[in-house]
Design a protein around this ligand. Sequence first.
Ligand code: NAP
Length: 257
Amino acid sequence: MTTALITGATAGIGAAFARRLAAQGHNLVLVARDTARLREQATELHDRHGIEAEVLSADLSTDGGIEAVEKRLTDARHPVDLLVNNAGFGNKGRFLEVSMADELTMLKVHCEAVLRLTSAAVTGMEERGRGGVVNVASVAAFVPRGTYGASKSWVVQFTQGAARDLAGSGVRLMVLCPGFVRTEFHERAGMGTDNIPGWMWLDADKLVASALADLARGKTVSIPDPRYKALMGLVKVAPRGLLGGVTSRTGRKYGPR
Ligand SMILES: NC(=O)c1ccc[n+]([C@@H]2O[C@H](COP(=O)([O-])OP(=O)(O)OC[C@H]3O[C@@H](n4cnc5c(N)ncnc54)[C@H](OP(=O)(O)O)[C@@H]3O)[C@@H](O)[C@H]2O)c1
C-alpha cells in the first residue's frame, strides 16, 4: 500500500485529494493547522475506506511547522510515495493594501514550504526510483494578478524546472493550475465572489479526478477543465495590458482606493 501526504487536507481541494486517494486505497498523512478537524477527517476516511490516516498538525507559515513535515517526509521507515503541496490562501486587497507581514506569510506557505517539502520528499523518492509530487498553483499564475498570482507563477516555474531535472529518475512532478473552485478559500480571505460568473466555478472532486488522471499520464502542467484550457489558450495571445484590466478585478473585492 502506498502513502500520500497532503498539505491543507482539511478543506476544499486538499480534502478532495484526501477523499479520492483514500477511495483508491492509499494510506494518508493529513497536514493542516486545525488538529480537531484533521482528527475527525482521519477517522472518517479510515472508517469509510479502511486505510490508515495519520494526523500531522503543522502551520506551514512557520519554520517549526515546515520542519515537522520535512521530518515526516524523510522518515525512511515510513516512505511517502505521493506529496500534494496544496495548502494556501489569498489575501484581500491590492498591492500595498495588504500588510508586508501577510505578504511574507503567503510567500512562506506558497513558495518556501513548497520548495522545502518537495526537496525533502524527492530525495527519498529518487533513491527508491519512484514517487510523485503535485504542487497546487492556479491559473492566476499565467495572468497579471497581484502577489497571489506571482507566488503561484513561482510554483509553476519551480515545478516545471524540477520535473525537467528529475526526468528519467522515476519521480514525477506536476503542477496543478485550477480556475475558481468552490471551497472555503474566498470566504476565508474575505473576498467577494458575486462578480464571478457561475460557469467559471469548478467542483473540487472533479478537479482532483482530472488532476490525478493527468499525473498518471505523465503531464507536468495540469489545467483540468476544457473551459480553462480554452481561456489559457486565449491568455497566451491576448495583450498583457488588457489581461491586467480584466483579471485583477475578477474575484477580488477591494477596500477603498
Ligand atoms: N479555490 C480556488 O478558487 C482556487 C483556485 C486556484 C488555486 N487554488 C489553490 O488551491 C489550494 C487549496 O485552496 P482551497 O481553495 O482548497 O482553500 P481552502 O478551502 O481555504 O483550504 C485551504 C487549506 O489549507 C490549509 N492551510 C491554510 N493555511 C495553512 C498553513 N499556514 N499551514 C497549514 N495549512 C494551511 C487549511 O487548513 P487549516 O486552516 O486547518 O490550516 C485548509 O485545509 C491553495 O493553494 C489555493 O491557492 C484555489
